[in-house]
Design a protein around this ligand. Sequence first.
Ligand SMILES: Cc1cc2nc3c(=O)[nH]c(=O)nc-3n(C[C@H](O)[C@H](O)[C@H](O)COP(=O)(O)OP(=O)(O)OC[C@H]3O[C@@H](n4cnc5c(N)ncnc54)[C@H](O)[C@@H]3O)c2cc1C
Length: 455
Amino acid sequence: MPTPIVYHLFTASTPFSLRSVKPTKPSLHPRRQCQISASGTRIHGRKLRAAVIGGGPAGSSAAEAMAAGGIQTYLIERAPAGAKPCGGAIPLCMLDEFSVPLDLIDRRVRRMKIISPSNRVVDFGRTLKSHEYIPMLRREVLDSFLRSRAESRGAQIITGLFLGLQLPVSSSDPYVITYTSSSEKTFKTLQVDVVIGADGANSRVAKAIDAGDYTCAIAFQERIRLPEDKMKHYNDLAEMYVGGDVSPDFYAWVFPKCDHVAVGTGTVISKSKIKQFQRSIRSRAGDKIAGGKVVKIEAHPIPEHPRPRRIRDRVALVGDAAGYVTKCSGEGIYFAAKSGRMCGEAVVSASERGERMVTELDLKERYLKKWDSEFSGTFRWLDLVQKVFYGSDQGREALVEMCSDEYVQRMTFQSYLYKKLAKGDPLADIKMGWRTLGSLIRANVVGKEMAKINE
Ligand SMILES: Cc1cc2nc3c(=O)[nH]c(=O)nc-3n(C[C@H](O)[C@H](O)[C@H](O)COP(=O)(O)OP(=O)(O)OC[C@H]3O[C@@H](n4cnc5c(N)ncnc54)[C@H](O)[C@@H]3O)c2cc1C
């Protein structure tokens, strides 16, 4: 569930610049290094074969890139008619970058209210330009569009449940995938050279390659159909509530969809109390959603950080399976599509459009390294912001106070909507840094953090 909240927050030209964060270095065991350099050989009489497991934004984008690049591509999705539990908010730049048609958008959010524990309300979208907004889509609509496009570029879509993966013995052996085919109701196998795991937070591909675990938040959401007059209130408005009552470490939201609002919350540290937090967000939203009819209740894990291992030999993880959701904002759709495409393009270029076998080193160099250098700083930064501002109600009050600052708003939205660090004004950045510190001191956050350090 993303909001642009403090996305940029003093990152562009301050000493905390994200650009200074070094990407993680891929580490290889020496024996595996030998195996890797032995492959990369030319394939004869056929093209490179790749299977993508999972047809969400990550999987479809990977499949599209590979099919368009000459790879024989299979996309296995267990539930093409399903709807991923999701807020469906995407950054504006995704429309252009992924050529998403405008008629898929349910709502254009131009006003974003952030509401503090003491119910102080700040309109966070004041600096948006007239053509700027946060597109809100239903996931069933977006996902089926992206999957169809992958198919039109040549990917073969298989409706089936991926069950397991037999690992190859040598660098030229295939992977053998087992799945149940929904149409034929039988177990089937498929031999491929490359596997991309895009099967979300409970990834079976990750398990098959022993990728290691990650911490997950649980997100709970109710879709509530409101009477027409109340729905009007949320026409172009999204709300974000912070407070220990609605979540001890995340935030709660009311997001407008086509004919209903999505009301939800999330937490990592108090999962057993999620229903209590949900009752609290409904009560904080109060009269604005009163009289609404709950049409759907859904819950799903949200990864908190990347997995310890994201590539093993010729298997790569992307999207939620890899752990690409930003803390603090809970944004993952764009990062899923982006990582899927990046990984698919890596396979295309390393295999010379399907003519050569790819290697682990290829995937590490062309996908993982590129991904980490572009995004790992953003992820670490938002991790830090969450720790400072979401840990206590004082921190949350400070966050809301800061969000009333027009400069914070402008820089945050620029970074969120366009996924580029907005060019800051050094003087304004310094002023903002002081104001931030002031907010934290007033909220007694700095004193408490110092006390913890001195303990
Ligand atoms: C309640 C909630 C609200 C959210 N709101 C937002 C938001 O507003 N904006 C945002 O950017 N992010 C949001 N997120 C995060 C976002 O939903 C994910 O980051 C994003 O969906 C990741 O895309 P993906 O393609 O990696 O995985 P998924 O979208 O989870 O897709 C995985 C696909 O794999 C398929 N699959 C899984 N296992 C198998 C198998 N064994 N065999 C075959 N297929 C399989 C699934 O059916 C699914 O289609 C939210 C998350 C939650 C839980």
